[in-house]
Design a protein around this ligand. Sequence first.
Ligand code: DGT
Ligand code: CA
Ligand code: CA
Length: 583
Amino acid sequence: MENTEIARIFHEIAELLEMKGEDHFRIRSYRNAAMVIEGLTESLKTLYEKGEAGLDGIPGVGKGIRAKIAEMLTTGRCAVHDGLLKELPAGLFDVLKVGGIGPKKVMLLYKELGITSVDALRRAAESHAIHALPGMGEKTEENIIRAVESLKKVSARFNLAVGLSYAEGIKAHLQKTPGVARVEAAGSLRRWKDSIGDLDMLCIAHKPEDAIAAFAAYPGVKDVLSKGGTKSTVVLKTGLQVDLRVLKEDAFGAAMQYFTGSKAHNVALRDMAKRKGLKINEYGVFKEPGDRWDAGKTEEDVYRSVGLPWIPPELRENRGEIEAAAEGRLPAPLELCDIRGDLHVHTRESDGNATLAELSEAAQARGYEYIAITDHSRAVGVAHGLDEKRAMAQIEAIDAFNERLKASGRHFRLLKGAEVDIRADGTLDHADEVLSRLDCVVGAVHSGFNMTREAMTGRIIKGMESGWINVLAHPTGRLIGVREPYKVDMEAVMGAAKRHGTALELNSYPERLDLNDVHCRMARERGILVAVSTDSHSTAHLGNITFGIHNARRGWLEKNDVLNTRGLKELLRILKKTRQAGR
Ligand code: DGT
Ligand code: CA
Ligand code: CA
């Protein structure tokens, strides 16, 4: 079983126990285990195979949980989970997703009315079968109908880029309101998580009611779900939900810290504060005894109060960042100015829309020293992939282009490259005569996503074993919210990458972000270079590098872990070495 599968089962156990009203401590241990596992950079299977000591080394996971991990790895099942699912139908998980319905209510509705699905819940609310139950009323029924509707619309998480554009729009809108001093986005968006559930906005305003009124009047708003003195929740026409809180300047740092999350990071930080006799919440840091207000104006103040340096939002997932901060070994965040070029760019020869000259100008305007032109090979027919003849012609064209660049005294170079398809049998879609003339070969899978895990892993490794591939592009093939990653043994792929000196791509397209954060960290730990590339199909796409940089930070990558932070000379040396080592 995969880590994600095991984590999911632990999440479900926690939810089932919660519905049953079981001991809070027990529930928390399952939930905690699930989160720890989601952040692991090694597979549980590998750890388990190292013997007892392997699983013992996982921080924050107790003996009982370890036994269940071992059980799942050996039998593929979890008796506790199975037992709970016999008692409670799985449909209750869906009911739990309806806003305003907590585990206790789910249980009550199930016991009294036999409700096990969202549709049944809606029917019960519409036929007024719910208001007579204890703690419910006619208002509850109205809320349920509304919540079911909004659940249908927002059940999918939102693309980070979509969230970002709305956050900017709302910010600009609110800033036009007199008395509004500052507006910031917090939550998963500020952490640059690869998808966002909802948008969390914070604002400092002289008259909170004016800010709240302006928020409700934002042109993108479809529905105002709640509107209070200092907070409000709306649903946008796209279905994205947005929370706004209006705050006093003194508490803004504390609120930013709290609402940036993640929840797991906050829980760990508060535990640490408690041990120091402090209390942290969204209003500030308070000293015991007497709860005297101590800090809260800036986030730096909040972290300083517990003896920590400020932690970049991208790292706030409770994956060891608090310990690292305490020990002064937080990674130095990758910066845009560290990036010296882009190693995955398409022109109009395949499915891009720009010419060599246009791309060269745009890249130079960004201050780059190089970009690799990596058009598709012929197997990717929909992308008008290049056959050998066209590839050879492009190689000549790039050589000629570089001659002209040199003659005009520019310190910039187009690298000859290709995004060569790794065919289903693991062979490459360009002949050696073409590959040997390229500076930078990007290899990728473009078809047959439904292969078994073994077959896909073998296919990719065979591609790398050819010795031609410098960078393995979008290594899991995921399209966020559209297509799941294909099944592949990432540990084995990384093993091969390490052996052959192949870099792994972090594709910066906001729909891809592939490698994901955890995989980036795995690569770093294994000493595998990551190429943060844009896979641009137009000059504007070069700007997507920002998404890649923030995702790289989420994966703890530093400048040195990234291939395209190297200057041209050093880059060419590395690219060449990979080929020589492989062949
Ligand atoms: P999302 O919206 O699912 O992509 O993820 P977030 O992280 O934006 O989560 P959200 O919108 O539910 O809450 C925003 C932040 O507020 C979250 O990151 C941490 C904080 N927060 C929310 N609920 C709790 C809580 O129960 N305890 C603590 N300590 N913090 C919370
Ligand atoms: Ca959120
Ligand atoms: Ca929220």
